[in-house]
Design a protein around this ligand. Structure first.
Ligand SMILES: NC(=O)C1=CN([C@@H]2O[C@H](COP(=O)(O)OP(=O)(O)OC[C@H]3O[C@@H](n4cnc5c(N)ncnc54)[C@H](O)[C@@H]3O)[C@@H](O)[C@H]2O)C=CC1
Length: 296
């Protein structure tokens, strides 16, 4: 089975490529210049040429703060581009598995969000991804949208790598402690997406289609996540780093984030039988791999 993935360098795309052999699938990454989400006309020819059995729509404009001043580009990639990927999937006749975000919610709920909860993005990025979900849904019924959150991996830029970098030169790092979510390993996302792709390609059950929440088990604040990263790094020989727990008000950013973006994984578990590992276990694995690769 050949899974064609949008985005060449992305965390999820790279993790899919890394797991392909183990899961006995072929993963082909497709990105700029052949496939440019900001140029809708490039999308169908690039995807059709690769003859996919399923398309994973993982590429996105992910610069959350920058999107506040690049609204047009964010919508062109995350909404129009995502819709064009879905339309291409329909034309080719294959399912589309699309990645979305916890930032479609406003964060005012006290418990974990379920798929049917009211959306209300607080940022341009969140709004552009929500519009992307709507376009995917409108373009192709044979789709699954996976909302994930707080993604980290050995690839690209992410919070875990930032913490490890800061920890090299500092004894204390200030981290926001009043935003709650689910740290999620890109490798765990990739494994789940491969399993889901196999199911959706071979099973026309409508319950496998629609929106699903896909995040690491458990929950944390950014400060909790940082503390665990430094604790893991300490076990692999790094010097201790303390976390100074601050509030969102102490760390203003251009884009507003939801205070609570915990996502319930119950629907995914019930319908696909998939539960991601606890975020602490996957974080430890990622820290160990990263430090080993750096020879720390
Ligand atoms: N990183 C995170 O914390 C979260 C990510 N997500 C979503 O998960 C998906 C995967 O995220 P990551 O792998 O972390 O993203 P990433 O930021 O690591 O990679 C994004 C990829 O999209 C590509 N891309 C950007 N603009 C493009 C364009 N115009 N044409 C073609 N490719 C383009 C980039 O080159 C890159 O390869 C995205 O849809 C993202 O919105 C959802 C929640 C949290």
């Amino acid at each position: 089975m050949r899974i064609v993935v949008t985005g060449r360098e992305g965390q999820v795309a790279q993790s899919l490529a890394a797991l392909a052999f183990e899961h006995d699938v072929e993963v082909v990454l497709c990105g700029r210049p052949e496939l440019d989400l900001a140029d809708a006309r490039s999308i169908y020819p690039a995807l059709a040429a690769l003859k996919p059995d399923a398309i994973v729509s993982a590429a996105a404009y992910t610069a959350v703060d920058k999107a506040e001043s690049e609204r047009e580009l964010a919508f062109s990639v995350n909404a129009v581009g995502a819709g064009a990927v879905a339309a291409a999937g329909k034309q080719i006749g294959v399912p589309v598995l699309h990645l979305s975000t916890d930032y479609v919610f406003d964060g005012s709920k006290s418990g974990a969000y379920v798929e049917t909860d009211r959306t209300g993005p607080r940022s341009v990025y969140g709004a552009s991804k929500l519009e992307g979900e709507k376009r995917v849904t409108a373009e192709i019924s044979d789709h699954a949208i996976f909302r994930t959150a707080w993604v980290y991996s050995a690839y690209g830029h992410n919070f875990l790598k930032t913490m490890l970098r800061l920890g090299e030169t500092r004894d204390t790092v200030s981290v926001v402690a009043d935003q709650w979510g689910c740290p999620t390993s890109a490798e765990d996302i990739a494994a789940a997406i491969i399993v889901a792709s196999k199911r959706i390609v071979s099973d026309s059950d409508p319950r496998l289609r629609g929106i699903f929440h896909l995040t690491g088990s458990g929950e944390a604040s950014w400060a909790d996540f940082a503390e665990h990263i430094f604790a893991c790094a300490g076990r692999f020989g790094r010097h201790p780093v303390a976390v100074n727990r601050i509030t969102t008000a102490d760390y203003p950013t251009p884009a507003k984030r939801p205070a609570n973006s915990r996502l319930s994984g119950r629907k995914l578990e019930e319908i696909y039988g998939i539960t991601l590992p606890h975020w602490q276990a996957s974080t430890e694995k990622a820290v160990r791999a990263l430090l080993a690769s750096q020879g720390s």
